[in-house]
Write a protein of this length. Structure first.
Length: 463
């Protein structure tokens, strides 16, 4: 096939892989009651089915992203898909909750490699003028997953909750066959260097401890919760291992995360914004609770009120990607952050009606599609050498995941601090909106389109 056709087939493959991983986040909700009934699990156990997936992603993302730079994208992409399928199979075949937890963690670890490797491949294979549109489609896939996930989950539940995970196995097999043909092998330019095993282990321990501490943290009683043995030992572990990891990375021959990344202002700004956007994403999980408390609707109707915002996000993501070449990433990130801030301040500062609730959700959805999708990815792609693209995208994903963990705890704590209910949630959204407004001030320091174009021309001349 010619090069243009091959790129289209490759993009379809990458989108399918990302959709499979994203669907597994959206589709598990309908399965939880059936799993609880079969195994007699408590609510905390069900929560860990979500949290172990996030924990697996936190640990897997920097490792698999780095390996894609060292070994090339094809073997890492195939391994990621295979691990995801293996985790799905463990959940289907498991006879007790322990196997469900192990399978969910393996799923998360494998799924962690799918998105950053896909972004790396787009940066390696697609010309600059096509990268924005391709990355925008990857962002749209997430919105699509949350639209069709509950519907697909409801249909498959008629045949047993196991089918929600078993369906991943044949899909993964097809993706592996396609990846073998289409995903480039890449280069092995760094394979002679020792792998940063000490850094990988140290970072994994630090991130795992942070995830456990935040998961066990009780936002309604923050002071007593910080003193609980389910929280403070893990926070202490994170406080010890993160500085240790940083010292290891400064001496490593080929570090998991290059300290030099943070010396580049554009990467440091993009990483900080991604951390904040992750926190804002986790705040969006409280939309239904706000609708129930402020509007008096049922849980089911609250879910329907989210649909317009999801549709806006899904439609705007590819559009934002295509606008990068015309407007530049900086304009889109500033625009997106401004709309998130505006949407959250509408939630927090006005007397909510159904129309206003939907409007605020659409504002925030447009902001997430514009700021968190292709533009922030392009900024980092432009700042690193091809051999570091995987690791740099992995750093963005880890920042987003950490932000999601911290944001959920922050919203829960702020809501409880003012007595909960509608006033509590509105106070939380006001604060989150103001935090997002400060990120706008940070985003204006990103490189303008003219400056980026000049940098690209200089790089082209040098090559």
């Amino acid at each position: 096939m010619d090069e243009a056709t091959r790129r289209k087939a490759l993009l379809a493959l990458l989108l399918s892989g990302v959709l499979m991983g994203a669907l597994d986040l959206a589709i598990i909700g309908p399965a939880l009651p059936a799993i609880q009934a079969q195994f007699g699990m408590e609510t905390r156990g069900l929560a860990w089915l979500f949290n172990l997936y996030v924990l697996g992603q936190l640990i897997g993302t920097p490792i698999l992203a780095k390996l894609s730079d060292r070994l090339g994208p094809r073997p890492v992409y195939i391994s990621s898909i295979a691990l995801f399928a293996f985790g799905s199979l463990l959940m289907v075949l498991g006879q007790n909750p322990l196997w469900l937890f192990i399978g969910r963690a393996v799923q998360g670890f494998g799924g962690a490699g799918i998105f950053p490797v896909a972004v790396k491949v787009i940066g390696d294979v697609f010309p600059p003028q096509q990268q924005g549109g391709a990355l925008g489609l990857l962002g749209a896939v997430f919105g699509l997953a949350f639209l069709i996930g509950p519907v697909l989950g409801g249909l498959l539940l008629n045949y047993g909750w196991q089918w929600l995970f078993l369906i991943n196995v044949p899909i993964a097999a097809l993706l592996i066959l396609g990846a073998w043909r289409l995903v480039p092998k890449g280069t092995l330019g760094q394979d002679h260097k020792a792998f940063d095993g000490r850094g990988a282990v140290t970072l994994s321990v630090a991130l795992a401890a942070l995830a456990i501490a935040v998961t066990n943290f009780d936002a309604s009683a923050p002071l007593s919760s910080l003193q609980a043995t389910a929280v403070w030992p893990f926070l202490l572990t994170t406080a010890i291992f993160l500085p240790t990891f940083w010292q290891i990375e400064k001496r490593a021959i080929d570090p998991i995360i290059r300290p030099a990344f943070f010396k580049q202002s554009q990467i440091a700004i993009a990483t900080t914004i991604s951390l904040g956007l992750g926190a804002m994403q986790s705040a969006s999980a409280f939309y239904p609770a706000l609708a129930v408390a402020a509007l008096g609707v049922t849980d089911a109707n609250a879910a329907w009120l989210l649909l317009p915002g999801i549709l806006v996000t899904t439609a705007a993501s590819p559009t934002a990607g295509m606008l990068i070449n015309r407007l530049g990433a900086k304009v889109l990130v500033v625009f997106g952050l401004s709309f998130i801030a505006g949407g959250y301040l509408l939630y927090g500062q006005l007397s909510l009606t159904t129309a206003l609730f939907i409007t605020a959700g659409c504002f925030a959805g447009l902001g997430f599609a514009t700021a968190l999708g292709a533009p922030i990815r392009i900024i980092v792609l432009n700042e690193v050498a091809p051999g570091d693209r995987g690791a740099a995208q992995g750093l963005l994903n880890v920042s987003i995941n950490i932000g999601q963990l911290l944001g959920a705890a922050l919203v829960g704590g702020m809501t409880a601090s003012v007595g909960g209910g509608a006033p509590g949630y509105q106070f939380s959204y006001t604060v989150m909106g103001l935090i997002t407004a400060t990120l706008v001030l940070l985003a204006v320091r990103l490189r303008s389109k003219a400056a980026q174009d000049e940098l690209n021309r200089e790089a082209a001349r040098a090559s």
